[in-house]
Ligand binder design. Sequence first.
Ligand code: BF8
Length: 653
Amino acid sequence: MAEKEAKSIDKATLEMIEKAAQDGVRVVFDRAETTRACPIGAEGSCCSICAMGPCRVMAPKGKEETAEERRKRVGACRASPETIPSRNCVRQIATGTASHGHPASVMAKFLLAVAKGEAPGYEIKDEQKLLQLALDFGIKIGDRSNEEIAVDVGKLLLNEFGKQDGELLFLKRAPLKRQELWRKLGVAPEGIDKEVSEAMHRTHMGTDQDYQDLLHNGTKVALADGWGGSMIATEIQDIVFGTPAPVLSQINLGVLKEDEVNVIIHGHEPQLAEMMAVVAQDPEMIKYAKTKGAKGINLAGMCCTANEMLMRHGVPIAGNFLQQELAIVTGAVEAMIVDVQCIMQGLVDTANCYHTKIITTDSRAKIQGATHMEFDEHNAFESAKTVLKVAIDNFINRGKNVRIPKHKTDMIAGFSHETINYLLGGMFRASYRPLNDNIINGRIRGVAGVVGCNNPRTPHDAGNLAMTMELIKNDVLVLQTGCMAMASGKAGLMVPEAAAKYAGAGLASVCEAVGIPPVLHMGACIDNTRILMAATAMVKDGGLGDDLSDLPVAGAAPEWMSEKALAIGQYFVGSGVFTVFGVNWPTIGSKEVSDYLFKDMEKMYGGMWAFEPDPLKAAHLMIEHIDKKRKALGLDKARERVLYDMAMRRELE
Ligand code: BF8
């Protein structure tokens, strides 16, 4: 049992790992044990970009390297041990940027289809956001219809991907000082696809061979994600599906139901998921499910699609990244409907041991052994119905080997940047002023974004829980997205009562006054741009410096695994935020490169990376950074006063 506990801190996960073992099913936790991480690749010291290699350039461990050994420790082309990890890292950042950017360009086309009436069943839900964007972009509003305006907005945003000249439009949202810095350093991105393409070219054999220049370009391509692709996706999703507002729901495998057709939507793009949420409530479909002996249809989410459906519809979440196969191990899932990213190929093997159907729905992501049913957004209702019918028909094939863990937790999601604004300032004078004031008076020490994935190389959800609890205990308000938001949801940190239970006295008093949890769910990974916008709003509200790098804030991804996480981390660093990653660091094989990322970047961007696999130590690095920024702002005294007040209060008790 002790060994199993080390795999996860989540009881439902442990229960299903045990059931998988009993059923003879190998899941990610087992594969991670037999397929060990390659130590050369893990430190970034393997170059496989041309057929002269792969070349390995690891430094000798545990002994001083002689000058001769150092001279020979290079690739066949003489690529240095600095060039190689930097090149690998920039390629990962470019892939991460593309993985947000390509779906975002699909979203821009989708907005055009909705506006032109070519995607029946969808409509413009957030008029205010559409009009605000039109105003920002100088698009005529007048007495034109929302649809006419949306066509112009959609065209302009679509153009952001292919354009070859001129800065990305959303860069203008950043504080002025930051924009000027990006221009001065030559990292203000132009077209999103252009930046990805340039990064791939620069990292070709024999092109950019200056590690600092390579990483500089890595920042540029990452900024094209944060202030480009990801931000465009978030904005369009809000326009078409609605800007999230707080909603209560539940999370963990216990949300699956014994007597209903269980359908899990897993992936990242919300178009199909949105329509599934409608179709699953269709009386005709519910009636059809009853003809198969089920009491109803139970829709649940997995990974980032889960975040999208939760915050816009209150659809419960079955689990985060490492729980995807375990949902099938319950024996109670009729269909898992997947689109793109973070879909393990292992799902098909696992499904073969039960009755679950794995249905791929996106032309870009097929899996051998899965059923492919392409989703057509131009005929969305019928398309979603056809997929759902397959799940319902499969209910009669459910076997007797069913065990659904009891564990599920209440959570509140949907704290978009706009919602936080309203909650703090009220509907008529929405403002970040109360947040800034409470940071200035020291009740809130600072703000941290704790985001990213799960990774089987570190205990599931454990890094998040340790880090997040430590931060809130120290009066740091935590903003979350992606699979880390789900980990906190499962741990009970995303309900208002968590403030009194786990947060420091200062943070708890603010949360209680406003009625919010100490850990705020802000959406899917793509929605990390909401955190950028919240930070920008803090700068613009005044009193906390005049750039993002002045704010007492920090970022972290304690359990990351995806290339998207690296892109996100790099755009936070390039935006001036101190960012710490756990698990592993892709340039750790080179001291020069790591020093450049961990120290020198701060001189350029005001933000820098850190690597710390111990989540408690990492939390304290973040707190130290927050305190450093408070001191620079002259706010260290304010916090001392608050602590004095609290001590006095305790004496009085
Ligand atoms: O974009 S947090 S494991 S699900 S990559 Fe994937 Fe990581 Fe989860 Fe969503 Ni983000």
